[in-house]
Design a protein around this ligand. Structure first.
Ligand code: HEC
Ligand code: HEC
Length: 144
């Protein structure tokens, strides 16, 4: 972000207003446009950190929840992050609400001040997989 602003300043000094206008347009287009749970004014960096933690918690890539369109002649698919077409994205929203509810309605009542386990996150249940372990028989070291 800081580099971008510097670049704009340099362009502005060299070639005038045109560059400022195009930067502003690009900047506005980059803003998240379909947030229903996260704050709409969240910074790009914070949003990306959260998305990275979702991906790592479930052991997936961004395209697990986000639409990726193959573009003929391009090696990388084009991501449509704002689209709600993948059911996993909407499941994820329910999971976000569930996680917040567990933390605010239940764990908040357990007073072990300063204990990091007072709050759960996606990784607490998912541990790097899309489907959490739901039976003791599936524990990695379960005796058979
Ligand atoms: C487990 C599902 C999941 C994964 C994996 C995931 N996302 Fe998301 N992403 C979401 C959800 C859900 C939202 C919408 C949150 C809301 O409604 O507040 C979102 C929103 C976004 C947005 C905002 C789009 C807009 O315009 O509203 C961006 C950008 C984004 N994700 C990027 C990424 C990137 C980059 C990755 C990979 C590093 C990634 N996401 C991985 C679920 C996911
Ligand atoms: C309290 C435990 C728990 C927490 C916390 C939790 N999940 Fe889940 N999650 C589950 C369970 C259980 C399922 C259902 C698995 C199944 O039967 O398909 C699930 C399913 C999902 C699925 C659908 C997987 C599929 O196979 O379709 C996604 C996506 C997901 N969770 C994302 C998240 C994200 C992102 C977070 C953090 C915001 C989160 N979960 C937090 C327990 C949890």
């Amino acid at each position: 972000m800081r580099i971008n602003k510097k670049l704009v300043l340099v362009s502005l000094l060299c070639t005038g207003m045109v560059f400022l206008v195009s930067f502003k347009q690009k900047h506005d287009d980059d803003k998240a446009e379909n947030l229903k749970i996260l704050p709409k004014d969240i910074s790009e960096k914070e949003l990306h950190n959260i998305m990275r933690s979702f991906s790592m918690s479930l052991g997936v890539h961004c395209n697990y929840c986000h639409v990726a369109k193959e573009v003929p002649g391009q090696s990388r698919p084009q991501m449509d992050f704002a689209s709600d077409d993948k059911k996993e994205k909407n499941t994820c929203r329910e999971m976000m609400k569930m996680t917040m509810a567990i933390n605010s309605d239940h764990l908040s009542k357990i007073k072990t001040m300063g204990d990091p386990l007072e709050e759960i996150k996606c990784v607490t249940c998912h541990m790097g997989r899309t489907t959490p372990i739901i039976s003791v028989d599936s524990l990695p070291h379960a005796a058979h």
